[in-house]
Design a protein around this ligand. Structure first.
Ligand SMILES: N[C@H](CCC[C@H](N)C(=O)O)C(=O)O
Length: 277
């Protein structure tokens, strides 16, 4: 069978988007790994599946798979691409779109300028919500990695994030520390790892070593995690512009019990078809 897909990106975090409302396909872990391969397949950081909702209150079901083929709870850059995809594909004409994810409901709003505003929900710091092995939800935790002790912020944006503050993201040990923290024993479901440089109270630079995909050029939930842990550590005030290698996201979090809002672009690159056995 021929599977139709659209290649998209959010600040260079790239996705294969598949409409499973009007198509049928079974994509198992091995097949997703093959499709993610940048030499032998299509190549992407994540696969996004558009499915009919199970909850009648929702417009769509939004499923996310990392390049390693495993399904995950949330993807912020993907949510923006999802919103623009379903409108571009004529699956909805709404500007405010409600989607169900593994992490719960998300509200996506396509603005007049085609940027997308995503209500990312309330960040959760309780260790059991991440999950993370720690006695309390303190603003920072000490993690022993590579014979050194690192102070990290830990938060769930639906998916797990650990955030380290560094002096300069350009020289941060992303390639060395990223994989070690991603698979650290205290994170039973692994973790996304953010390397955060504080520029001012309203500005940050960030690189993210993503769980299941490696370093990406942008990470939406990572930007939210950096702001959430940063505000809790007294480093930022809302709103915060987060500069990632692929571009800038604006993150708003007016009070600790309020939902976090992320605003940014979403871009379609090409449409394609690929033969599946
Ligand atoms: N690697 C993430 C999923 C994709 C998140 C990222 N691409 C974003 O924009 O939020 C995880 O395993 O939780």
């Amino acid at each position: 069978m021929l599977l139709h897909f659209t290649k998209m990106h959010g600040l260079s975090n790239d996705f294969m988007v598949v409409d499973l409302v009007t198509q049928r396909a079974r994509l198992d872990t091995e097949r997703i790994q093959q499709l993610a391969n940048r030499h032998l397949g299509i190549g992407f950081d994540q696969l996004l599946l558009v499915e009919p909702p199970r909850d009648p209150e929702m417009d769509f079901r939004y499923r996310i798979f990392n390049a390693d083929g495993h399904e995950v709870e949330n993807c912020g850059n993907g949510a923006r691409c999802f919103a623009r995809f379903v409108r571009g594909a004529g699956l909805t004409h709404k500007r405010e779109i409600r989607v169900e994810t593994q992490a719960g409901p998300l509200t996506l709003r396509v603005e007049e300028d085609e940027r997308v505003r995503v209500n990312m929900g309330v960040p959760r710091f309780a260790p059991e919500a991440v999950p993370f092995d720690a006695p309390t939800d303190a603003p920072t935790h000490t993690l022993e990695v590579d014979d050194a002790r690192w102070e990290i912020g830990v938060v769930s944006m639906g998916n797990p994030h650990a955030v380290l503050v560094v002096d300069d993201v350009d020289s941060a040990p992303v390639a060395r520390l990223g994989p070690l923290i991603e698979r650290h024993v205290r994170f039973p479901r692994r973790v996304n790892v953010g390397f955060l440089q504080v520029v001012s109270r309203h500005e940050a630079r960030l690189r993210v070593f993503e769980r299941g995909s490696g370093e990406t050029l942008a990470c939406g939930t990572g930007a939210c995690a950096a702001v959430a842990t940063g505000i809790r550590r007294g480093l930022f005030e809302s709103p915060v512009d987060v500069h990632l290698p692929g571009g800038t996201l604006t993150v708003e979090w007016p009070t600790e019990d309020a939902p976090m809002v992320m605003i940014g672009p979403a871009t379609s690159v090409f449409e394609g078809r690929i033969a599946l056995p």
